[in-house]
Design a protein around this ligand. Structure first.
Ligand code: GDP
Ligand code: ZN
Length: 462
């Protein structure tokens, strides 16, 4: 347990109706009690109750109490709290001024300013959560879309840990078994051991690979699906990009692009984060960059995880568009027939020959009409049977993925070795390595530097 009591603002700074100052440590209750004026003395308040009162600065002089804010104060005595220490949360009115002055007062009355991630670090060090859960908290803070948020939540609840525990348990039992063999070689059960090792490692390997497959989907969610908008000049690519960005403003992050066209934009469609790329935005700018532009469009198309092919409803199909349709028909492509507010000149049946109806969407980027249909098409393309709510991805973090690959390598080495008649005590090293790398996901074998690295990624107050 830590000796000192820490405090920080736990809510995002900026607008918002309330803000929370979180205090954790042995003197948490006492520290806040010193500055709180309430009906019940905070020191007498039962755990997990909320007190109403005012934060007052009493140092102004005996008669001159300065009331800083009207607050609600929650007391959570350890170990039944986030950090497993005594935790007090002071909900102030929103706005930076109020919450900052309350924090400053609490710091003056004895608490120390928390370092980024220190609350979560304490929760981890006090055994409240494991490392995978701690990292999930980071993701929770960072996740921009609902789906990424749900995934991080799942992980925070220990979903990944729950899968890894039994895998490690099996491996440790295997190690124990092998150990016995090495200690009593006269039993001559080496052959049995080789079979057992092969069987057990193969089973664990399959589980690791399953997690890795899910991880790839998780990565897509985290970073946004790389979505490329293609089409002839004037089809309405930039307009579509703008329309999508406008309708999904809440999570738009601006990436400064060219002056005329937005080149890249992050949006969420139906909760799925997309990284939208308007390749032609580059091409249209000038002749000089055209070469680079075309090249980039080409690479972008190859790497795209989702393609929006924009056609002009107001014009007949162009030869370039026929080529694109054919080229992209086996890719995750959605055909966007744009400008349906204008009279139709496009023969859609030609498109329908190669593309199923649910992957052709008609809309007007200019009028903002039909965008929902596009959302539907995008989400059904990505989530039809592929990712179900109950089978949400568990692994979503680069460190976890690296460790799973390490585990996979060790397990494969162990399996391979059983075929090559390598002595059991050498194979044992590979099994132990896989047990260890799995353990690192949970933070079992984590050294201090790893811990510091992970927890320094947090915002203050978490
Ligand atoms: P890009 O070259 O493919 O990026 O196309 P732009 O987005 O720059 O649009 C080209 C022209 O078509 C502009 O004048 C737009 O205002 C117009 N436009 C784009 N979408 C629509 C639409 O849905 N309806 C109509 N009527 N005009 C559109
Ligand atoms: Zn454009």
């Amino acid at each position: 347990m830590n000796e000192d009591t820490i405090a920080a603002i736990a809510t995002a700074l900026g607008e918002g109706s309330i803000a929370v100052v979180r205090v954790s440590g042995p003197d948490a209750v006492d520290t806040v009690a010193k500055v709180l004026k309430s009906k019940t003395d905070l020191r007498e308040a039962p755990s997990h109750t909320v007190q109403y009162g005012w934060i007052v600065d009493r140092e102004q002089g005996q008669d001159q109490e300065l009331v800083l804010d009207e607050v609600l104060v929650t007391v959570m005595k350890g170990p039944r709290s986030f950090t497993a220490e005594d935790v007090v949360e002071v909900s102030t009115h929103g706005g930076i001024v109020a919450v900052k002055s309350v924090l400053e007062l609490i710091l003056r009355s004895g608490a120390r300013m928390a370092e980024p991630g220190e609350f979560t670090k304490r929760a981890f060090l006090n055994g409240r959560i494991d490392l995978a859960q701690a990292e999930a908290v980071i993701d929770l803070i960072r996740s921009k879309s609902d789906r990424a948020f749900q995934m991080a939540r799942k992980q925070a609840e220990g979903a990944l840990s729950k899968m890894i525990f039994p895998m490690r348990q099996k491996l440790i039992e295997l190690l124990a078994h092998v150990e016995v063999n090495i200690d009593y070689p006269e039993h001559d059960v080496d052959n049995v051991s080789a079979d057992l090792i092969r069987e057990q490692c193969t089973e664990t390997l399959a589980q690791v690979e399953k997690l890795l497959n899910q991880a790839n989907e998780g990565k897509i969610l985290r970073e946004g699906i790389m979505t490329v908008i293609v089409g002839r000049p004037n089809a309405g690519k930039s307009s579509l990009l703008n329309a999508l960005a406008r309708e999904n403003k809440a999570i738009v992050t601006d990436i400064p692009g060219t002056t005329r066209d937005i080149v890249e934009e992050s949006v969420a469609l139906a909760g799925i984060p997309l990284r939208l790329l308007d390749t032609a935005g580059i091409r249209e700018t000038s002749d000089k960059v055209e070469q680079i532009g075309v090249e980039r469009s080409h690479t972008a198309l190859v790497e795209a995880e989702l393609i929006l092919l924009v056609l002009n409803h107001h014009e007949p199909l162009h030869e370039d568009e026929r080529k694109l349709l054919a080229q992209l028909k086996d890719r995750p492509t959605i055909v966007v027939v744009n400008k349906i507010d204008l009279p139709g000149e496009l023969d859609v049946s030609e498109v329908e020959r190669d593309y199923p109806k649910e992957r052709i969407v008609s809309l007007s980027a200019k009028e903002g009409e039909g965008i929902e249909a596009l959302e539907l098409a995008v989400s059904s393309l990505f989530f039809s049977g592929k990712v179900e709510a109950g089978d949400m991805t568990y692994v979503s973090n680069a460190r976890h993925i690296a460790l799973l690959y390490e585990t996979k390598r060790s397990l494969k080495d162990a399996i391979q070795a059983t075929y090559e008649g390598i002595p059991i005590d050498l194979i044992q090293i590979d099994i132990a390595a896989s047990w260890e790398s799995l353990g690192q996901i949970l933070g079992d074998a984590a050294g201090d530097s790893l811990l510091d690295q992970i927890f320094s990624q947090f915002c203050l107050g978490k």
